[in-house]
Design a protein around this ligand. Sequence first.
Ligand code: BDR
Ligand code: CA
Length: 327
Amino acid sequence: MKVVIDTDPGIDDALAILLATASPELDLLGLTTVFGNCAIDVATRNALVLLDIVRRPDVPVARGAADPLASPYLGPVPQVHGVDGLGDGGPSPSPTREPVAQSAAEFLCRTAAAHPGELTILAIGPLTNLALALRLRPDLDTLVERVVVMGGNALVPGNATPAAEANMRSDPEAADVVFGARWPVTMVGLDVTHRVSLRGADVDRLMSAPTEPGRLLARALPLYRSFLERTNGLDGIYLHDPTALACLLDPAAFAVSRWPVRVETQGISRGKTWPSLGDTDDATPAPWQGRPEIGVCVDVDASRVVGLLLDRLSTAVGAADAGEGGG
Ligand code: BDR
Ligand code: CA
């Protein structure tokens, strides 16, 4: 499967990138970066560093948007991902190369055109680059095989605000464009990602691997873990972005409903993803009329997904004994 990952690394993004490089099913054609967990320069640097660590000089990185479509960047979240986007656990090496000259939007268009009908975009940050790519090339939605998005909350509360999930909240206008285009979209939101977590003991084991990826996790994961312990009472970490990757690798582990989805751009609910569930008096109210149905993940076999991700992560970091997993 030919894949470009659009990403704002970001600690769980880093895990998803490690997982992608340990997944033989995936032909990773590039990373495109976007503001989000950190500013665009930091995200781009981190993407390059991560590919150095997994020794993938063949995978290009294209720098993307610094700001949302219609508003200024809300700023980084150092309490979750660190000032450096990778947990502030000490200096990471400098990247050995530069991003390509094309922007992320150009890279997405060119890659899709080079592989018509074959490219999957795995979008695990704000959806700005995808919306910009659609502006550059309005037929892009006919060239891409599918788009899998980590983001949104259909039937559960948000995490950035009571209403909204962080990636959607970061650029609701872009998300509304992406969910309204004609490409097949699957939304892997908090409805499922809040059920997929790695236990503390497994986090410890991954961090103790005496390898470069293991040392990266030892620097990155403590901050994320203590944030989640403090705010969510979790002994372990959520696997938001890796769960979207798992949806590519093992789709049968997910239950998917099909609804048109609008993204709120106003007021206190800015960034809320609203599916039209079909249970109103008017089956499809005006704002949802003419919008394509997208796949919305509503349930997940969490222990199966955690088992898969833990196996792959253990391979990626060179840690023995994957353990039994668990949701
Ligand atoms: C999403 O927001 C970011 O903080 C994470 O990297 C993930 O993509 C979770 O809401
Ligand atoms: Ca992310």
